[in-house]
Design a protein around this ligand. Sequence first.
Ligand code: HEM
Length: 271
Amino acid sequence: MTETLSRGPVTGTAVKAPAKKKPFVFDLYSTAVGKKYVMAITGLIGLGFVITHMIGNLKMYLGVVTESDGERAYDIDIYGEFLRELAVPLLPRTYLLWGLRLVLIAAVALHIHAAIGLTSINRHARAVKYQSARDYQIANFASRSMRWTGSIVAIFLVWHLADLTWGFVLPDHVVGAAYYNIDQSLSRIPVAMLYIVGNIALGIHLFHGVWSLFQSLGWNNPRFNAWRRYIAVGSAALIVAGNVSFPVAVMAGVVEYDPAAVTHPVGEENE
Ligand code: HEM
């Protein structure tokens, strides 16, 4: 029954005000469909980041370059400085980088929040089993593997930031010296193994994630399904191949920090 806000014309008695309606986005987010949308959009932001990050890291294979002023530096370190200088002088140094970081942090937080919410909705909704045992197994395996691989990637990410960004778990960490830090970190065999496991988990997660985000966004035309598979396999394979190559290259000695090759070696100011 609909309630009105108007005063009753006959009795003069005020009618109870209707319950305040939640804004549309919050209403949508409270549903499974809304959460799937959020997972798809935040997942795309994450995918965009990991592809860009992997391409940026490929610069470690370019080794040392000579800059226009004659200084020699590792190309990946020059790239790191370029990221910190983004939008300067329009904005102060690192402002745009921090803006991008905040978008990424919000996307990761929402992705995890929506995933937990969806898991709880699914637990409550699955009182009646699927009709076909096969569908049941496939759906179960996919969502269980997403929870596992997602958790491994999250643990990897915390380690990775503590290692290469903050330096808590990398004794010789030097801020702004990515090439040096990567060599120091991935020369430790257990750490190199962790990077390989973390990135394979990421590949499995991306394969299923990219496949299902088309579904969540409603792009599941049968004519398009072969492409869906190519895009899911292709993006996952690209990330795994690129990211696993880095620890392998360090262990094989292809990537090795050489203080004699650069104008300002790490630790020079302390000598
Ligand atoms: C073997 C693969 C990888 C290598 C060698 C690598 C390398 C690096 C390095 C050197 C940094 C620090 C940059 C600096 O502040 O100087 C960094 C930061 C970061 N990495 Fe990775 N990374 C890898 C994989 C990944 C993956 C798979 C993810 C996400 C799942 C990731 C997420 C991040 C994030 C969020 C940052 C912080 C970015 C920032 O501070 O702006 N990385 N990575």
